[in-house]
Ligand binder design. Sequence first.
Ligand code: IYR
Length: 256
Amino acid sequence: MTARQSPDRPQEQRVYEHHDYEHPYPPADLEAEYPFEEMKFVSRSPEVMAERAQSFFDLMDARRSPRMFSPEPVPLELIELAVAAASTAPSGAHKQPWRFVVTGDPDVKKAIRAAAEEEERVNYLDNRMNQEWQQALAPLGTDHHKEFLEVAPWLVVLFEERYEVTAEGERRKNYYVKESTGIAAGMFITALHNMGLATLTHTPSPMNFLRTVLGRPENERPFVLFPVGYPLPGVKVPTLGRKSLEEVMVTVTKPH
Ligand code: IYR
């Protein structure tokens, strides 16, 4: 379908075209100092929007987190594209305070597995996770074995960049680091799922060992570890429902 035949409609055809802002953005003096450009935006018909909304929901609703991965190799280019997509995430003051550290090296993966299993042994077997926590995990059946850390072709460790270090070695503050990195994490998972790869949001705890094993600097703190690859054929996942829309969304119709 060419752009001309597309059912998407041009911006000018929207019903509500104008609003005269009292405080237009950007103010002229700002635009004189910093570069601005017109936002590109694809305007779509309600029918096309509904179609896309439904198919995106269907896609996302089919995402699951396997705990056994296939050793089948995955081209690094796919991981790079997922990271690039994740890195389009909005972030505090546009600081993009994240780093995706990627390894497929068997020795690095082995070291990560060993350290993660050691921590988890304490969590599960020495009850560092209290009873309530362990009971909450019971339906998932997780334990201290983390074999997937060696089997999955790629491990991607997402670090939050607590502060930036400039080329001159000076510290610059980052803002809303956890929120920004969390959004990037969600977009990474979405990008992987959309391209046909699987991942598990894994949080070995505590996970500071990842900084040491991966040789990352002091300003980076591990946020989440993603084994990435194909699910082991036939792998089982817990039968889980999802909260209904009524449980996760509230519409407010008048001021309180
Ligand atoms: N970090 C442990 C425990 C664990 C905690 C939560 I919350 C989970 O959703 C799953 C596992 C582990 O990785 O096994």
